[in-house]
Ligand binder design. Structure first.
Ligand code: COI
Length: 366
């Protein structure tokens, strides 16, 4: 990956979707169902490195049935968003951070590392080309999905010698359909998401595959989402579904926010990281720590724990309202969205949508 950044060759579609049809699809996009006119593809071949970076019409791929990613799961992805700005322009949020994490995920799965500049160049090329697909309604954005998988054919278990990086884009409304409604969570002791030394901090497809049965189990218990506990003791809170968690102690200016520390089993979220900074800018104490299930329940019972929320790119900030487990059930405070939760949500969205200054240079203008 000491290679110079690639230039992305533009081969746009001669027939992008007509504007009226695009607007119809943008009216109520949901999440991850509608895709823009184009995509970026970049190939990697052993001995040659990255090559053939292209922006091409969105469309299906031809994959050999023995494709190694299908069999052995060398597949990683990222998620970031582009937001319409007040002046009509477009900006993405911290794409450099996704580029860095993408390299780390690649390393963990013995895949080649895409240079960060090339990752960002791909984002710029696609968003520029499909700029008309960036929605402008509140809570809407263009979700960008970079991903990479093995493209070698064969059944030998080894790192592939060919890979395909792709970037696709999907206009998105709210991730959870119910609006900003607090979710109910199931504390999973039946399943674990990640163990020490595993792939927990990589954004790899397999982590999400492994989560689905636990999510279904949570739904059977009447809960919206699963909360993952540590693998060794089933005691320390790690994440919720595919999002990081925050715990708020106290209220008002003296409040303290804690997010589970990155032990190697947690996904290091870009939103999680941004909120550590934003919370302290808003005058709260913020930091990383360990939170046990007993502490969550106890803090709730004695009133010291006032709010809990989950955060991620797709759903931004989602309050946690009720908790269920084999041992006990409880409601977080009054079960409604907390004041600090909603204040942080607004502060983050204001930066992303250009409604507030961007003191850290997080926004990347396209
Ligand atoms: C997130 O943005 O919080 C996610 O993990 C995205 C999800 C659709 C995989």
């Amino acid at each position: 990956s000491a290679q110079a950044p690639l230039t992305i060759e533009r081969k746009p579609s001669a027939q992008p979707l007509p504007a009226a049809e695009r607007e119809a699809r943008l009216a109520n996009p949901g999440f991850g169902r509608v895709f823009t006119d184009h995509m970026v593809t970049i190939r990697w071949t052993s001995g040659r490195g990255w090559h053939d970076a292209q922006l091409v019409p969105y469309g299906p791929l031809e994959i050999d049935p023995s494709n190694m990613a299908l069999h052995y799961g060398q597949s990683i992805f990222e998620g970031l968003k582009a937001y319409r700005q007040p002046d009509g322009g477009v900006a993405t949020f911290r794409p450099d951070q996704n580029a860095v994490r993408f390299r780390r995920s690649a390393r963990r799965l013995a895949m080649p590392e895409l240079p960060e500049e090339t990752f960002v160049a791909a984002v710029e090329a696609l968003v520029t080309q499909d700029e008309a697909w960036v929605p402008s309604k509140p809570e809407q954005s263009l979700y960008l999905r970079p991903f990479m998988f093995a493209m070698e054919s064969g059944l030998g278990v080894k790192p592939a010698d060919e890979y395909l990086f792709m970037l696709i884009a999907s206009p998105a409304g709210a991730y959870f359909s119910g609006g900003i409604k607090p979710v109910s969570v199931w504390l999973s002791r039946e399943y674990v998401r990640a163990a020490p030394g595993g792939t927990g901090e990589a954004k790899c497809a397999g982590n999400y595959a492994a989560s689905l049965v636990a999510q279904a189990h949570a739904a059977e218990q009447g809960c919206d989402q699963v909360v993952w506990l540590d693998a060794a003791e089933h005691r320390w809170v790690e994440e919720m579904g595919g999002m990081n968690l925050y715990f708020v102690y106290g209220a008002g200016p003296g409040a303290r926010l804690v997010t589970p520390e990155l032990t190697g089993a947690l996904l290091p979220g870009v939103t999680r990281d941004s909120l550590l900074t934003l919370a302290s800018d808003l005058g709260y104490q913020s930091g990383e720590g360990r939170i046990s299930v007993e502490e969550w329940q106890q803090g709730n019972a004695d009133g010291s724990l006032t709010e809990v929320f989950a955060c991620g790119t797709a759903a931004v900030i989602t309050p946690v309202g009720t908790v269920k487990s084999t041992a006990a059930n409880w409601t977080v405070a009054d079960g409604g969205p907390g004041e600090i939760t909603m204040r942080l949500r607004k502060a983050l969205l204001d930066i992303q949508t250009g409604g507030a200054p961007d003191p850290y240079g997080w926004m990347h203008r396209i």
